[in-house]
Write a protein that binds this ligand. Structure first.
Ligand code: ASP
Ligand code: MG
Length: 242
């Protein structure tokens, strides 16, 4: 059936209910015969909370330690989501960015992915497990964990989809897709069935929160099929295409 990548944003896994909902989407894709790689963000606004904790104790926290701190948000979420998937009867294993073979440069806080070694993920997929990967992070050249910058989990998901040759990268979020305007602010906004990479890139750069610009650039470069959809409603979302 092929590999599918599912990405769950912070709002989609904010609490036990959200984790269960995301786990059901993983289990459904897995039992339909797909090889499933789920990429997860930190729960709710936990990244902001971790930043606040560091700010309470230092005006200028060391970037290396900040990355260790922030990466732990996604690592907590990955373990919880794997536990939730197992509870749905879906065999699952969680991997941090470094454990998943994601390598970055050494720019703490704004690292770029340089290479992905898919060996470990493929081994787990062959063993029949859904693989839950912590987004927003990878291994710096010295082995430290480095983060990709705010909103970086989208980039993790698209980069993994490209490296794995996934047939689709589904970005699950709290809106039903890409709209002509922000549906939370403008009730007349209309959902688009599809959008070109270039149009999406322009919207993302103009501040549309739905997808990170770097992720769109990467999707365009590697022609990764991406769908943005809601983890809450289960209705078809917006497909990004050439
Ligand atoms: N948790 C990180 C952030 O809030 C990464 C992400 O959500 O994509 O920026
Ligand atoms: Mg987040």
């Amino acid at each position: 059936m092929g590999i599918i990548v599912q990405k769950f944003g912070g709002t989609s896994v904010a609490d036990a209910k959200g984790l269960r909902r995301a786990a059901k989407l993983i289990a459904a894709a897995h039992s339909a015969g797909n090889e499933v790689v789920a990429v997860v963000s930190a729960q709710g606004n936990s990244t902001d909370e971790l930043l606040k904790k560091a700010a309470e104790i230092s005006f200028d926290p060391c970037k290396r330690e900040l990355d260790s701190l922030l990466a732990s948000g996604e690592q907590a979420a990955m373990a919880l989501l794997a536990i939730a998937a197992e509870a749905q009867g879906c065999p699952a294993v969680s991997l941090s960015g470094p454990a998943a073979g994601i390598f970055t440069d050494g720019h703490y806080g704004e690292a770029e992915i340089t290479q992905i070694d898919t060996g470990r993920i493929m081994k787990e997929l062959y063993a029949g497990r859904a693989v839950v990967v912590a987004g927003f992070q990878g291994a710096a050249p010295n082995g430290d964990v480095a983060t990709l910058g705010r909103g970086g989990s989208d980039t993790s998901a698209v980069a993994l989809a490209a490296a794995l040759g996934a047939k689709i990268c589904k970005i699950y979020t709290d809106v039903e897709g890409v709209y002509t305007a922000d549906p939370r602010l403008d009730p007349s906004a209309k959902k688009l069935d599809s959008i070109s990479y270039d149009e999406m890139l322009a919207m993302a750069k103009a501040g549309a929160q739905v997808l990170h610009p770097r992720a769109v650039e990467l999707a365009k470069k590697h022609k990764v099929p991406v769908e943005v959809l809601s983890s809450f409603t289960g209705t078809p979302g917006t497909v990004l295409m050439q």
